[in-house]
Write a protein that binds this ligand. Structure first.
Ligand code: SF4
Length: 214
């Protein structure tokens, strides 16, 4: 199991209502709420960001397909909107996506592009069985620590902090194997791989140091 991004999307908010700073690999974007919900509208709201993701993925996927086919379709557009309704106590969300083609696109091309749009990566994510797993990070010190060392590296595990996210053992099973009594084996991967994996622990249960520093 590998994450899509080596570094996660990192976002912060202070007390200024409701400006969020979101770091992505090549810069920062701002998200906010409209004035009607107490923000200052300095950036797109979370619903807009979600729909923008689908809109951009749709257009990029179609452009790649059109270019591969060599079709003469110089411009495309898309409108995306959503509504929600609750029936029998269950919330249902509907996202409508309307594609706009120039008059030069044939009927056959339009139909094919609608099918391609349905399979763009973000469409697939939105229509898949999504689970949002939420963890929190501990920063305070705790007494209970277990060290797992070899000559090169030491991995420290704080069992009270571990939220059993499965992240470490799903992503680096040669080192982290919860079925074993000594469940962390620092010989199971390179020091760099272990250090990178330890950084992904969402709870602060894992830390890493060089054994030579001790
Ligand atoms: S990644 Fe961290 S929180 Fe998740 S199982 Fe491993 S040690 Fe526990």
């Amino acid at each position: 199991m590998d994450y899509k991004f080596e570094k996660p999307i990192h976002a912060t908010i202070g007390t200024e209502k409701y400006k969020c700073s979101i770091e992505w690999r090549n810069g920062k974007i701002i998200a906010d709420e409209p004035e009607s919900t107490g923000g200052k509208d300095t950036g797109p709201d979370p619903y807009t960001l979600l729909l923008s993701s689908l809109a951009s993925c749709t257009l990029i996927t179609l452009r790649m397909y059109i270019d591969r086919k060599g079709w003469d379709i110089p411009e495309l557009s898309v409108n995306v909107n959503m509504y929600q309704e609750t029936t029998e106590g269950k919330l249902h969300s509907f996202i409508d996506r309307d594609l706009g083609f120039p008059s030069s696109a044939t009927q056959e091309q339009r139909q094919r592009l609608v099918e391609i749009a349905k399979n763009c990566p973000i469409s697939k994510i939105l229509e898949s069985d999504i689970k949002v797993r939420t963890f929190f990070f501990h920063e305070e010190e705790t007494e209970k620590k277990i060290n797992y060392s070899n000559e090169e590296v030491t991995v420290v595990w704080k069992p009270d902090f571990c939220q059993h996210s499965t992240r470490c053992w799903a992503q680096l099973p040669g080192v982290f194997d919860y079925k074993k009594k000594k469940w962390i084996n620092p010989d199971g991967a390179s020091a760099t791989e272990i250090e990178e994996q330890v950084k992904k622990c969402p709870s602060g249960a894992l830390s890493f140091s060089s054994s030579k520093e001790k």
